[in-house]
Write a protein that binds this ligand. Structure first.
Ligand SMILES: NCCCC[C@H](N)C(=O)NCC(=O)O
Length: 440
């Protein structure tokens, strides 16, 4: 087969670099409110639960928009979505810069969440338009990795601006950053040459796109893979990791912060390794995901069953294994891409991306509920955060892992049966069909 001329060209790299800058900036916008918690408490005279509402609203908006965004990526193309997302984030951060009430702040955060939700799926959709072969899984990992650096922009320069200049100028600077993303996307991103996004339908209906993507077992395998690999990372980073380490495991706040920074290091180191493993052994993608899930489940089990507090080295092992879930979750997008025809990859990617965020939302909520329940059951004056209350509450993650693994096994079997019927390679049929027929 002759390779299209635009694939893997200089233009491809320009488009990819512009798109990952837009994603990196979206992650900065996403994580900026979390690092401004103390200032937000003062500005909005807010309680801890109101502050938590900001995170929950953002997660709900993000997860709730993934499927509509995926469908729109297939209808309008990634460029319009990335540019539109940057515009929404400009509006959101301008509103936040001026907000002096919880309501106004929440509206700002809603816009930021919506703009952020439009970015990642569109960036992932650009990859098969502009690249070919093994580069796609490698660049999928690299996209996830570079994006996470956006968190560092929030943690270092944004926090510095907040302390030096105060709330409004700091959030105005974030709006300016999204202006940069908007301009770069408008000028440098392209949906590819005419016909690069193939459509079989002239004006595809949203319902048709969604049901076609969902009926494909590979999309559901991606959903459950993302669900199971990513949620523990989100639960740990977004809410319960820090109190679990400090109040449950008794480590100092400084050690807890240092432990949390391991997430960034693991994401940077593991991304290329997992990316090249997926590129070399695409038929083993789900086994790689199962290995990571096995490792993180085993580490959680050891920490939870450890008599008393777990030693520091065990906590480090736990965090490394949980952090591996981030890069492993990118395998889920590879399923969406390889099992679906090009005109519904956006929709399928949106479906897959709901998995981990939905699981995180459920788990964050249930862990909080289980902690409250144990405190109430223990009677007046009982502590909310103790080693034992955390042991029981964090154990809920095993229920989610079990549900996710069942989903993965069932959908993997369906996907394999379908591939075997189509005469394509699966590990079990490798002897019959040979490596040449494996699905990329
Ligand atoms: N290297 C870790 C990247 C994790 C990315 C994650 N799996 C994901 O789904 N990201 C979506 C997003 O919008 O960031």
């Amino acid at each position: 087969m002759i390779k299209a001329k635009h694939l893997d060209s200089t233009r491809s790299w320009i488009v990819w670099i512009a798109s990952i800058i837009a994603y990196l900036i979206a992650v900065t916008q996403r994580t900026s409110f979390g690092v401004a918690g103390l200032e937000a408490t003062d500005r909005f005279a807010a309680s801890a639960s109101i502050l938590a509402t900001f995170s929950v609203v953002q997660l709900i908006v993000y997860a709730g928009l993934q499927i509509p965004v995926g469908i729109l990526v297939d209808k309008w193309g990634p460029r319009a979505m990335i540019t539109g997302g940057a515009a929404l984030m400009i509006i959101g951060q301008l509103l936040l810069a001026m907000a002096d009430s919880v309501g106004a702040g929440l509206v700002g955060r809603f816009f930021v969440g919506a703009g952020d939700a439009m970015t990642f799926v569109s960036v992932i959709r650009l990859l098969p338009i502009w690249f070919s072969g093994y580069r796609i899984p490698m660049l999928t990992q690299a996209t996830g990795m570079v994006g996470q650096l956006g968190q560092l922009l929030s943690l270092i320069p944004f926090v510095a601006l907040l302390h030096l200049w105060g709330w409004s100028p700091a959030f105005l600077s974030l709006a300016a950053l999204s202006v940069l993303a908007f301009m770069l996307s408008l000028i440098l991103i392209s949906n590819g040459p005419r016909g690069a996004i193939e459509t079989t339908l002239p004006n595809p209906k949203a319902r048709v796109l969604l049901s076609t993507a969902w009926r494909e077992p590979g999309t559901r395998l991606g959903f459950w893979t993302h669900f199971t690999t990513q949620f523990t990372t989100n639960v740990f980073l977004l809410t319960w990791g820090y109190p679990f380490l400090v109040s449950g495991q008794g480590v100092s706040p400084a050690t807890a912060s240092a432990l949390l920074s391991i997430f960034v290091i693991v994401a940077i180191c593991a991304g290329p390794i997992l990316g090249s493993a997926v590129a070399r052994y695409p038929e083993r993608r789900s086994s790689i995901a199962f290995m990571v899930i096995g490792a993180l489940t085993l580490c959680w089990l050891i920490v939870i069953l450890w008599p008393g507090r777990a030693p520091l080295w065990m906590l480090i092992l736990l965090i490394i294994s949980v952090a591996l879930g981030g890069p492993a979750s990118m395998i889920a997008f590879d399923f969406a891409r390889t099992f679906n025809p090009p005109h519904i990859i956006g929709t399928a990617t949106g479906v897959v991306n709901v998995g981990g965020f939905l699981a995180a939302l459920i788990t964050v909520y249930v862990i909080g509920w289980l902690l409250d329940l144990q405190q109430k059951a223990a009677g007046p004056g009982a502590e909310l955060y103790t080693l034992d209350t955390f042991r029981w509450a964090m154990s809920f993650q095993f229920v989610m892992v079990l549900g996710g693994v069942i989903g993965m096994v069932v959908t993997r079997n369906k996907a394999r049966r379908q591939m075997a019927l189509q005469g394509q390679y699966t590990p079990r049929t490798s002897g019959r069909f040979g490596r040449r027929n494996r699905i990329q």
